[in-house]
Design a protein around this ligand. Structure first.
Ligand SMILES: NC(=O)c1ccc[n+]([C@@H]2O[C@H](COP(=O)([O-])OP(=O)(O)OC[C@H]3O[C@@H](n4cnc5c(N)ncnc54)[C@H](O)[C@@H]3O)[C@@H](O)[C@H]2O)c1
Length: 430
């Protein structure tokens, strides 16, 4: 009963409070109601002093910036050239992508010179090739282990800022950034390659693999100097590039001729399988200044013997034939092949054919008419005849040799005479 009374008096008091407050304090309203009521005040606030106008202008400027900015960056000034570090400074590379690969700028564009590696560049052919490349404005790096090459062949280039010489064996990998690789490193005369046949085959296989791997990695063009020896003792005469040869795979010369055949195979497989730009030259007998004096090659043998007043050594009956190309003709052919669009192989040689006895006669006429001939037994697997068919190189490379034997021979005689007189030759063989 007491509790009921208490409740009643409470209710009564509440009614009193509500009733009495109506005229003096604002009526109770829930929160949502308060917002609805204050909205007009916010709008009023916005509308006052052109605040809304300023906000709209701000939004407009912001959106304009974000819409236009990407377009501006596309049509703005070209991105700065990409630079990659190279051993001689920085080299510009093209930002364009071609065939899925980053393209390089063609020579002469963007003010940068073609950078070329010549392996075996301290040798006979290599040093003449380097002279040509430097003369036409390329940057040249020579890699050589000086097995048969000589610093003397390049000494005139020491100090030239566009020339670098690296002592390195191509059997070991090397990393360089270049545009073209002329791969010549390999002992080329029988005396030299028979001296260490295992090293020769390793140079032909491992050396060529390493340089092809480099070409693939850096996207450089690769030229292999192969040889007419890939035709072996040929059953076809003259030899065309389509002839597959007649080679002894287990003979004394195999480290060289089979080695070069393997090198050609590797080059073609890297070309077909890995997209490496490959060029293959099959070089026929070449002569000229800077040949090793005592390397057993017939021209250098005869010339050195005639100058030393020794009998000219003819192996066998002297009726085997060879074709002799002057070195500047070869070097021009190599450059045309490298710069052209054809893979090859291409025969590079002089089709003028001479028997050994005819060659001995030309040497006698040029150097010493009193020179005598000494016959010795022929060496194993010596080819009976060799003469290039160069119609493919004539047609596709627009190349043919210009210097006949009787003009070329005197050009090497003064070089040989000087070196023999200086009695340097024994020491030059390292
Ligand atoms: N001269 C020719 O008549 C003739 C004919 C056919 C093919 N060729 C080829 O042309 C190229 C050059 O011949 P060349 O007459 O100038 O001979 P070369 O002996 O004068 O020159 C070869 C050069 O390669 C270097 N070399 C050898 N092995 C090396 C190695 N493992 N690492 C680094 N350097 C090494 C030698 O030191 C030398 O400087 C060779 O590949 C050769 O097979 C030449």
């Amino acid at each position: 009963m007491k509790q009921l009374h208490k409740q009643h008096s409470l209710n009564h008091r509440r009614e009193e409070e509500m009733g009495s407050g109506q005229g003096e304090t604002p009526p109770y309203s829930p929160k949502s109601m308060k917002h609805t009521r204050s909205l007009p005040r916010s709008i009023n606030y916005l509308l006052r002093e052109q605040r809304l106008l300023f906000i709209l202008v701000g939004i407009l400027i912001g959106s304009t910036f974000f819409i236009i900015q990407p377009t501006l960056s596309r049509i703005g000034p070209p991105e700065g050239p990409a630079f990659i570090p190279r051993s001689g400074g920085f080299v510009r590379i093209n930002s364009g992508v071609h065939n899925g690969r980053v393209g390089r700028l063609p020579a002469g564009i963007g003010g940068r010179r073609l950078r070329v590696v010549v392996t075996g560049g301290a040798g006979f052919v290599g040093s003449h090739l380097v002279d040509k490349l430097i003369a036409r404005g390329n940057d040249v790096i020579v890699i050589d282990n000086f097995f048969t090459g000589r610093k003397e062949n390049l000494v005139h280039l020491f100090g030239n800022p566009r020339f670098e010489l690296i002592r390195h064996d191509v059997v070991e990998p090397i990393l360089l950034e270049v545009d073209q690789i002329y791969h010549l490193a390999c002992p080329a005369s029988p005396v030299h390659y028979k001296y260490n046949p295992v090293k020769t085959i390793k140079t032909n296989v491992m050396g060529t693999l390493n340089m092809l791997g480099l070409a693939k990695r850096i996207g450089a063009r690769f030229l292999l100097t192969s040889t007419s020896e890939v035709y072996g003792d040929p059953l076809e005469h003259p030899q065309k590039e389509t002839y597959w040869g007649n080679v002894n795979p287990i003979g004394e010369r195999s480290c060289y001729d089979e080695g070069k055949r393997t090198a050609e195979t590797l080059a073609m497989d890297y070309h077909r399988g890995a997209g490496v730009e490959v060029r293959i030259a099959r070089i026929f007998n070449t002569y000229g200044p800077r040949m090793c004096l005592d390397d057993g090659r017939v021209v250098s043998n005869f010339v050195a013997q005639a100058i030393r007043k020794q009998p000219l050594t003819v192996y066998g009956d002297g009726k085997q034939t060879r074709s002799f190309q002057y070195v500047s003709d070869l070097v021009n052919g190599l450059a045309s092949l490298m710069d052209g669009e054809h893979v090859g192989p291409f025969n590079l040689g002089n089709p003028g054919e001479f028997t050994m006895l005819e060659l001995a006669q030309v040497v006698k006429e040029t150097i010493d008419s009193s020179a005598t001939i000494e016959y010795k037994p022929n060496t194993a697997d010596d080819p009976h005849m060799r003469k290039p068919d160069i119609s493919k190189a004539k047609e596709l490379l627009n190349w043919e040799p210009k210097i006949p034997l009787r003009e070329g021979l005197p050009l090497m005689v003064s070089d040989f005479r000087n070196r023999i007189l200086n009695e340097d030759e024994g020491k030059a063989m390292k």
